[in-house]
Design a protein around this ligand. Sequence first.
Ligand code: C5P
Length: 232
Amino acid sequence: MKKPVNHIKIAMDGPAGSGKSTVAQKVAEKLGLLYLDSGAMYRAVTVLAIENGVETNIPELIKLVKNCHIEFSENGKSIFLNSEDISTQIRTPEVNTLVADIAKIQQIRIEIVRHQRRIGEEGSIIAEGRDLTTIVFPDADYKFYLDASVKERAKRRYEELQSQNVNTTLEFVEEAIRTRDEKDTTREHSPLRTSQDAIRVDTTGKTIDEVVDYIISKVSTENYQHRTEKKD
Ligand code: C5P
C-alpha cells in the first residue's frame, strides 16, 4: 500500500570536517528540502555569550538564550541572532575554540533542541550536527553518520581557511579538531555517537558529489512532500 504524502526527515551526524554541511546543503538543494545547520545554532549562542561577556556566567547565559531569537534565511545558509546577520561571526577562531564548551551545557541544549524540533515541523528537512540522529530526530526517515580520518578533516578545514585568507597552520587546525572531537564525544549530555540505525559513510578520499549521490541513492522521496510543493 502506498504511504500517504508526508514530510521527509533526514538526519545526519558526524565530527568537524566530515563534510556534513556541504553535503547536506547540496542534498537539500537537489531534493527541495529545508536545510538545518544545528551547529550554527550553538555557534550563535556562543556569539551571544561573547557579545554579552557571559561566557562563564552560565545562569545569565541561559536567561539570554531563553529570550533570544535565532532564525535562518530561507536556504538555511545565513543565521540571524535577534535579527542581526551573524553568519560571519559564528565562524571566527574565537567561536571555534569556545563553542564545544557552550554546547555541553544541558539547559542550553534543551532550548536549542526544542527550537530545532519546531523547525523540523515546518516541512521536509535535512538536518545535520552531532545529536540529530540520536536525540533531536530519533524518528528520522533516514539517518547518516559521516566520518573521515582526522588528517583528511584537518586538511579540508585548513584549505577552507586558506581560501578565506585566514593565517593558520595545518598542525594548529588538526590539533583544534582533535580537541573539539574529544569534547564532543566525551561530554555528559548528547555526546556525538553513531546511532545504531544510521548508515555510516566514510568520506575519506571521496568528492562531495560522490557522497551527495550516494546519499540520494539511499533516499526515496516518492511519497514525500517537498518544500516547494503546496500543502493540500
Ligand atoms: O557543526 P559545527 O562544527 O559547526 O558545530 C560546532 C559545535 O557545536 C560542535 O563542535 C559541537 O560542540 C556543537 N554542536 C553540538 N550539537 C550539534 C551540533 C553542533 O553540540 N547538534
